[in-house]
Design a protein. Structure first.
Length: 85
């Protein structure tokens, strides 16, 4: 595909298109306390990470940091899917 390079793919957020965005869209000003919601976010990130690895790529450190923030509820899906620089 034109315009897509290995480095640009490793700087895109970890979220597989098959993951239901409803489980990761709740934005909070405080970290998530509901263990079920946190588990769902962790599962979504784990699924996306596995997909990235199966494609032969590896997520960047910035992407992994964003994933941790999403799981903790520090950012919402809108912030998460913004490309990292």
């Amino acid at each position: 595909m034109a315009g897509i390079t290995r480095s640009s793919l490793t700087n895109t957020p970890l979220l597989h298109p098959d993951v239901d965005p409803m489980i990761v869209t709740t934005s909070t000003d405080t970290p998530i306390t509901d263990t079920e919601q946190r588990r769902k976010r962790q599962n979504a990130v784990d699924h996306a990470r596995a997909s990235v690895y199966l494609e032969g790529f590896e997520p960047s450190e910035a992407c992994e940091q964003q994933a941790a923030q999403l799981i903790a509820g520090e950012i919402d899906l809108t912030e998460f899917v913004k490309p990292t620089r």
